[in-house]
Design a protein. Structure first.
Length: 404
C-alpha cells in the first residue's frame, strides 16, 4: 500500500517529479561518462608505458629499483639466460628479454648530452614497441651491430637524423671510460616526453662491450594480457625464490603512472561529491515544495488515525521511487551515450609529459555504473529526509490550517 500511494503521489505531481527525475538522471549520467573517461585514460596510459618502456614485469636486484637509476650497470644479474629460461615457463608469458641499462653521454661530434641507455635484444624488443612511433628510420634488427635508436627530444637537441654517426661514452664496471661509435638507424617517440629527451637504445651485445660485461641488469616480461600482471608477479616471485632477485609490476616501476592515478582519483572523488550535492539540492527543492503544498493532506491522514511515522515513510518511499527511476534513466542514458561516444572517439590533446595525443573512449564498467546509480538513489533519499522530519513535527491542527 505504501508503494502504491507513493507512486500515485508522484504521478499526481508529474511536472515536479519530472524536474527532480531529470536532475537525478543528469547527475548519474555525468558520473558514468566522467568515470569511464578517466578509466580509459588510465588504461591508455598504462598500455603506452607497458608497450614502450617497462613491459608487464621486471626482475632484477632489489637495489636497482630503489636507487639504481644513476648507475644501473652496477647491479648485474650473473646468469640472465638461466633466469630467462625459468621465467619463460610461466603461464601467460609471451616474451622474456634481457636488458642492460646504463648511463653515459651521447656525442654528435660537437656537443655531449647525458643519456639513459638500454642495451636490448632487437627481435624480442620489437614485440614491446607497440606504443612507440618511429618518426624516421626503423627499429633495431638482429643484423645491427652498431645501430642505435634515439629519442625524439634527444635527436632534436643534437640535430640528429638517420644515418648520422654518434659516439656513446660510458663507464665500465672497473671505473674506466669507454666509447663506442654508432650509426643512428631510427628516431622514436614514446608516450613520455621526458624519457624521449634522454633515451637511446642499442643492441645488447654492443652495450655489453661498452660497459665491459656479459651480464644484464633487468629481465623484462611481456604477458598475453595485462589483467594477468598481479598473478604473474606472484608466480615469478615464487619461481625466483632464493635467487636474490626482486619482481616489480609495471605500476611499481612507472612512478608517473602511480602519481597520475592518485591525482585523477582525487579529482574524480571531488566530482562525485559535487554531483551528490547538485542532485541533493535539486531534488530537495522539489521535495520541499511538494511537502509544503501537501501539508493539509498529511494533517488529514494523521487525523484519520495514521501515525506520523507513516507520513515520514510515505515521503521517503516517494523519494526512493524517484531516486531509483531517475538513477535508472541516468544509467541507461549514460550507457547509451558511452557506446555512441566510444564508436566516434574523442580526440584528446597530449597528456602532461607527453608529445602524442590519443583518441579516447568511454568504456562501460559495472563498478562505475553501480557507484553512480547508488549515489543517485542515496542523494535523493537524503534530500527527502529533512522535509519528512519537518512534516512529522507539524501538529495535526496546524497542518489542517494550511489547506487553501
Amino acid at each position: 500500500m505504501l508503494l502504491q500511494l507513493a507512486a500515485r503521489n508522484l504521478l499526481r505531481h508529474r511536472a515536479r517529479a519530472g524536474t527532480a527525475l531529470a536532475a537525478i538522471a543528469a547527475g548519474v549520467m555525468s558520473m558514468i561518462l566522467a568515470g569511464g573517461l578517466v578509466q580509459d585514460m588510465y588504461t591508455t596510459l598504462g598500455e603506452a608505458l607497458i608497450y614502450s618502456q617497462s613491459g608487464h614485469l621486471q626482475a632484477g636486484h632489489p637495489a636497482i629499483f630503489s636507487h639504481g637509476s644513476r648507475a644501473p650497470e652496477k647491479f648485474l644479474i650473473a646468469a640472465p639466460e638461466r633466469v630467462k629460461a625459468r621465467l619463460s615457463e610461466m603461464e601467460g608469458v609471451t616474451h622474456v628479454m634481457a636488458r642492460l641499462s646504463f648511463s653515459g653521454l651521447l656525442n654528435n661530434g660537437k656537443v655531449d648530452l647525458p643519456i639513459i641507455g638500454d642495451g636490448v635484444e632487437p627481435e624480442l624488443e620489437a614485440n614491446l614497441a607497440r606504443s612507440i612511433s618511429m618518426l624516421s628510420g626503423r627499429l633495431l634488427s638482429g643484423r645491427d651491430r652498431n645501430g642505435i635508436l634515439v629519442g625524439e627530444g634527444l635527436a632534436r637537441a643534437l640535430q640528429l637524423e638517420v644515418g648520422d654517426p654518434v659516439t656513446v661514452v660510458a663507464s665500465t664496471l672497473d671505473g674506466a671510460v669507454n666509447t663506442g661509435d654508432f650509426e643512428v638507424v631510427g628516431v622514436f617517440r614514446s608516450f613520455s616526453k621526458e624519457y624521449d629527451e634522454r633515451a637511446v637504445r642499442l643492441p645488447l651485445a654492443a652495450a655489453q662491450d661498452l660497459v665491459g660485461t656479459i651480464g644484464a641488469n633487468l629481465i623484462v616480461l611481456l604477458l598475453d594480457r595485462t589483467e594477468r600482471t598481479s598473478a604473474a608477479a606472484a608466480a615469478a616471485g615464487t619461481a625466483l625464490a632464493g635467487s636474490g632477485l626482486a619482481v616489480k609490476r609495471w605500476e611499481e616501476v612507472n612512478d608517473f603512472y602511480a602519481n597520475t592515478v592518485a591525482l585523477y582519483d582525487r579529482q574524480l572523488a571531488v566530482l562525485r561529491v559535487i554531483m551528490l550535492f547538485m542532485v541533493l539540492l535539486g531534488v530537495a527543492n522539489a521535495v520541499n515544495m511538494s511537502v509544503f503544498e501537501r501539508m493539509s493532506e498529511f494533517g488529514t491522514m494523521r487525523a484519520l488515525g495514521n501515525r506520523s511515522g507513516f507520513v515520514v515513510a510515505l515521503i521517503l518511499t516517494e523519494c526512493l521511487l524517484l531516486g531509483v527511476a531517475g538513477a535508472l534513466v541516468g544509467a541507461v542514458a549514460g550507457s547509451l551515450l558511452a557506446v555512441v561516444i566510444s564508436a566516434i572517439g574523442i580526440p584528446m590533446p597530449p597528456p602532461p609529459n607527453s608529445n602524442a595525443g590519443y583518441t579516447a573512449q568511454i568504456p562501460l564498467l559495472p563498478a562505475i555504473v553501480a557507484q553512480s546509480f547508488a549515489i543517485g538513489v542515496t542523494s535523493t533519499l537524503l534530500s527527502g529526509l529533512l522535509p519528512a522530519l519537518k512534516a512529522r513535527r507539524v501538529g495535526i491542527v496546524d497542518a489542517l490550517r494550511t489547506s487553501f
